[in-house]
Ligand binder design. Structure first.
Ligand SMILES: Nc1ncnc2c1ncn2[C@@H]1O[C@H](COP(=O)(O)OP(=O)(O)OP(=O)(O)O)[C@@H](O)[C@H]1O
Length: 414
């Protein structure tokens, strides 16, 4: 049974193991088991295993738990780093902020150490709880697909090799191995939805709703999501074109798409143009879809939807970028890189109405005024030097990070 678990964990990684693998160890049972399992799975393969613990500075016991992880790592010959978070300012949702900070710290650590893959200890129980919580929010296929076994964040691949193991199995593994772990007190705190979900699952068994069945729902929904994404990809190839960082959707083609494909395509378009960490709400998406179908202008996810001939044009809304400024050597609005003649002190800003007035040929570009207002332009103080999208390049070139092909490719990246 022990060896089966080791072999099962090994299957989540490429046959040709990477040189280094990172492991995020909180000190709780799941991630301690993960550390030991990975250590055994890669013994003799010449893989360097590195562990990290984030101390959020929120619980007095956290420092000691981190020390216990250090001791275990020492016994296993694994190098261990403690990453400290001092970020919470007492406002907002502390759990959510701590979680985001944890991922930022872990991926930053991985990049620093040249680690491509970081393993996390989420289990089948975590997956089942996530599915149940998302049911409570009336999630669709993507939400119910819950956590992916593998995803990329900030250029680092996060892997969840324990997603098919239960918490109980891992606890009994640790007991057999004589390895101790810390019990997080928030694991019994009923204020948290996750704990409520955990308790609910235990009483849903008479209906056949269990950790196993909910995890299977997640796997089924991941397949549904992937299938839908494939058809969104085909539709995008057919009816979407890109222009200067904006998206053009053919209106006739859009009207004939099934509702769910149309919804997903629109979401992808506004995420690609507007960035945005949180997707827009369902109601707002439905309203924007209606606007497109009836050829009315609309707004969604920090983007404008304009009618342009037989297409809907999705562009960045000026209001959301008018204060943004970056040196020309940096990325602007999370998506634009500008290159041109060396000009010390030059910055990138949205073109805005003052800039557009100076671009005498902007109409010849065929781009609408509202789209050009939010386009990237080069300034020195109050002087406009270049506006590549508005027909005023002056030796400058604006390139969207990832290129246009990424628009299509990222539809299939799950
Ligand atoms: N303080 C920590 N230091 C290092 N790794 C951690 C820490 N907390 C959590 N992790 C990693 O994340 C895994 C899941 O833990 P937990 O469910 O508490 O995390 P989470 O980030 O809240 O999960 P989710 O991604 O669902 O929000 C752990 O098994 C471990 O690999």
């Amino acid at each position: 049974m022990d060896d089966d678990l080791v072999a099962a964990v090994r299957t989540w990684f490429p046959a040709q193991a990477p040189q280094r693998i990172g492991v995020a160890v909180s000190g709780g049972g799941d991630s301690v088991a993960l550390l030991d399992l990975l250590h055994r799975a890669f013994a003799g393969e010449g893989v360097e295993l590195l562990a990290a613990t984030v101390d959020h500075g929120l619980r007095p016991e956290a420092a000691e738990e981190a020390r216990n992880v250090s001791t275990l790592c020492e016994q296993l010959g694994v190098s261990h780093t403690v990453l400290r978070w001092q970020g919470w300012d007492g406002s907002g949702n502390m759990q959510d902020q701590a979680r985001r900070a944890r991922y930022t710290l872990l991926t930053g650590w991985a990049l620093d150490k040249g680690i491509e893959l970081v393993a996390l200890g989420h289990t089948a129980d975590d997956q089942a709880e996530t599915v149940l919580m998302r049911l409570g929010r009336a999630a669709g296929a993507s939400g119910l697909a819950a956590m992916s076994p593998r995803r990329t964040l900030n250029g680092v691949t996060l892997v969840r090799p324990l997603l098919e193991q239960t918490r109980a199995e891992l606890r009994s593994y640790l007991v057999q191995r004589g390895i101790d772990w810390a019990e997080d007190p928030s694991n019994v705190d009923r204020r948290f939805d996750r704990i409520k979900a955990r308790e609910a699952i235990s009483s849903l068994a008479p209906l056949g709703i269990t950790v196993a069945s909910l995890s299977e729902v997640a796997r089924n929904m991941a397949q549904v999501r992937d299938a839908l994404d494939w058809y969104v990809f085909l539709a995008a190839r057919d009816i979407v074109s890109l222009d200067a960082g904006d998206v053009l959707i053919d209106l006739r083609g859009y009207r004939t798409l099934p509702e769910e494909i149309a919804r997903r395509l629109l979401l992808h378009c506004v995420t690609w143009v507007g960035g945005g960490e949180y997707g827009p709400r369902r109601l707002a998406v439905a309203e924007a879809m209606q606007a497109i179908r009836h050829e009315r202008p609309g707004a969604l996810g920090h983007c404008l939807i304009l009618r342009q001939g037989r297409s809907a044009r999705i562009c960045r809304e000026y209001h959301f970028v008018k204060e943004l400024e970056a040196p020309v050597s940096e990325v602007w609005d999370g998506r634009w890189a500008l290159t041109g003649p060396s000009t010390p002190g030059a910055v990138i800003r949205a073109l805005g109405p003052e800039g557009l007035i100076e671009c005498l040929d902007w109409r010849q570009t065929g781009r609408p005024r509202q789209a050009l207002l939010s386009s990237p332009s080069v300034w020195k103080g109050e002087r406009l030097l270049a506006a590549p999208s508005a027909g005023n390049a002056c030796g400058w070139c604006a390139r969207r990070i990832g290129g246009d092909e990424e628009f299509y490719a990222s539809l299939l990246s799950h």
